[in-house]
Design a protein around this ligand. Structure first.
Ligand SMILES: [Zn+2]
Ligand SMILES: [Zn+2]
Length: 277
């Protein structure tokens, strides 16, 4: 089946060197249904070099330019390109983020937590002086309160980002429903009731410093039980090769968890397509 990749970064994200053109061309070559280009908007970062922002007007103009240039291939394959953003939520920045994003029209808005307690888990310092329960539950608490306050998003990005880079030993590495259900349930319930979705971010379940975080299917099943009707697949690609990475595998996981549909967003409205495996 053909998949839609809702989470990708172009050169409008400082940590990606993939041109808009290369992302779109690669996705067409891979036989994808479409992609959303969701560059980083992370303000008030703990340090200057972690502060990411871009001009959506310029990014969208570049998407339009490339779409026109590749029109024959795009039309032939029925391929679709969505204009998106990945917004990094932090409690003290909510008004600034709302003001910024309200100035533009997007197809897809991903809300993610990248910084907690003034640190990015990616940098490692976040975990200093915290045991894994504190490190993970803190993040989930901030995720819930900021998602509730921001509201204006479609997809909750990588809810388990904090586990991706965590330094803890075996048995203390994963965000499981059994252990973190008290924090996860309000988030999942909120998403389901608001008609939003969560993603399976296929970048998370890779080898990070010798450990592969586990996707706990009980989390996905709970979202389904709360009324979540479809999941989003995102590769979080920062280069063209990773677009659609392992989507067939994770679509099968979604199906096993009771989902019949995957979803992407066009002009902020959910577009469902059937899991046909
Ligand atoms: Zn992210
Ligand atoms: Zn991302």
């Amino acid at each position: 089946m053909k998949f839609f990749d809702n989470h990708n970064h172009s050169t409008f994200s400082p940590d990606s060197s993939a041109s808009v053109q290369s992302l779109i061309a690669s996705a067409i070559a891979k036989g994808m249904r479409g992609i959303a280009i969701t560059d980083h908007y992370d303000i008030d970062a703990p340090s200057r070099d972690q502060e990411f922002f871009f001009d959506p007007a310029k990014q969208q103009a570049e998407i339009d330019r490339v779409t026109l240039e590749l029109a024959p291939q795009i039309q032939q394959s029925g391929f679709q390109v969505m204009k998106g953003i990945e917004v990094g939520l932090q409690p003290a920045s909510m008004e600034k983020i709302k003001t910024f994003t309200s100035q533009y029209s997007f197809d897809t808005v991903i809300a993610s937590i990248h910084f907690v307690d003034g640190a990015d888990p990616y940098m490692g310092t976040y975990y200093t002086d915290k045991d894994y329960r504190k490190a993970f539950s803190n993040t989930l608490e901030v995720m819930y309160s900021t998602a509730l306050e921001y509201r204006d998003f479609d997809i909750l990005g990588h809810y388990d980002y904090v586990a991706r880079y965590s330094p803890y030993g075996p048995g203390c590495r994963d965000i499981t429903m059994a252990e973190f259900g008290d924090w996860l349930e309000p988030i999942l319930q909120f998403l389901a009731h608001e008609g939003k979705t969560m993603e399976i971010n296929t970048k998370t379940y890779k080898n990070h410093k010798g450990y592969v975080p586990v996707l706990d299917t009980a989390v996905l099943k709970r979202f389904r039980e709360f009324g979540g009707d479809a999941l989003s697949l995102g590769s979080d690609a920062h280069n063209p090769d990773r677009i659609g990475d392992e989507f067939a595998k994770y679509a099968a996981v979604a199906k096993e968890c009771g989902f019949r549909y995957l979803v992407y967003f066009k002009e902020r409205k959910p577009q469902y397509y059937k899991i046909d495996l």
